[in-house]
Design a protein around this ligand. Structure first.
Ligand SMILES: [Zn+2]
Length: 261
């Protein structure tokens, strides 16, 4: 074999090796990355397994087909078709906003995004989340959305339909960092579970907690309702890790912790 072919085969081998060795993850999922040192353990949500610490890293929906960086690692976010959902909102003032409503919605979105930047060390989740409400999944994470046939942002949350008044519980210990009535989200609250893990709850009929309150896993925080922009009673549940919206169905599945390694 001449040198050209030899070097060609070697580079082919190296290339397939590096492809196999590279990390990848599905958009909306969390993957565990082994930390080489025990320094900076407070900078991420970590879990310990067999004497090693792993950082939990979210795979952003909007980075499909691209690499993201975590420390010295490059992680490839795979592409996934999550399907689509088409809804009709008959109240046109909820779709084509008046100047007043759009100013209100803009101010509220800033308030919410500031609250979502919270990074506390109030709790360290063991990632044993409970489902926050008993009901039927009516819209999954990642669906392309069309409202009255017009394309909108993807649905990066989980909708659980249940009758108005159904109890919503805290899926894990947390602190209530925001409550209020908002244009799109209706009666809404954000729970901080610590280390960049946060959850939010929209369209409630009743909020049973107040800002600053600490809540225990399983404690009632409110009731399902139809406040804000909705087509029927449901909980719109969003799970954030380091500002990335992850798939809420993943974090409540039975083998979640095994699935991230
Ligand atoms: Zn929703």
């Amino acid at each position: 074999m001449n040198n050209f072919f030899l070097s060609f085969f070697i580079s082919l081998l190296l290339c397939s090796y590096s492809l196999q060795a590279s990390l990848s993850g599905i958009p909306g999922e969390i993957i565990a990355i082994k930390l080489n040192s025990n320094k900076n353990l407070n900078s991420y949500l970590t879990i310990e397994k067999d004497g090693h610490f792993y950082a939990l890293v979210p795979m952003p929906f909007d980075k499909q087909g691209e690499y993201i960086k975590f420390q010295s690692e490059s992680i490839f976010v795979t592409e996934k078709n999550f399907g689509e959902s088409r809804i009709t909102i008959e109240n046109s003032s909820m779709v084509n906003l008046s100047k007043e409503d759009s100013e209100r919605a803009f101010k509220e979105s800033q308030l919410i995004s500031n609250a979502l930047k919270t990074y506390s060390q109030i709790y360290k989740s063991k990632l044993d989340f409970l489902k926050p409400v008993d009901g039927v999944i009516s819209s999954r994470y990642g669906k392309k959305r069309f409202i009255n046939e017009l394309p909108r942002s993807p649905h990066l949350a989980l909708d659980i339909a249940a009758p108005t008044g159904t109890t919503i519980i805290a899926p894990a210990n947390g602190k209530i960092i925001l409550t209020g009535n908002f244009f799109y989200s209706g009666n809404y609250l954000i729970l901080d579970h610590g280390y960049g893990l946060l959850t939010s709850y929209s369209h409630l009929s009743v909020i049973e907690v107040s800002e600053g309150q600490l809540v225990k896993q399983g404690q009632k925080i409110g009731e399902v309702g139809t406040t804000g922009r909705v087509t029927g009673p449901h909980l719109h549940w969003t799970v954030y890790l380091n500002g990335t919206r992850i798939n809420p169905e993943s974090i409540i599945k039975e083998n979640f912790l095994e699935s991230i390694f």
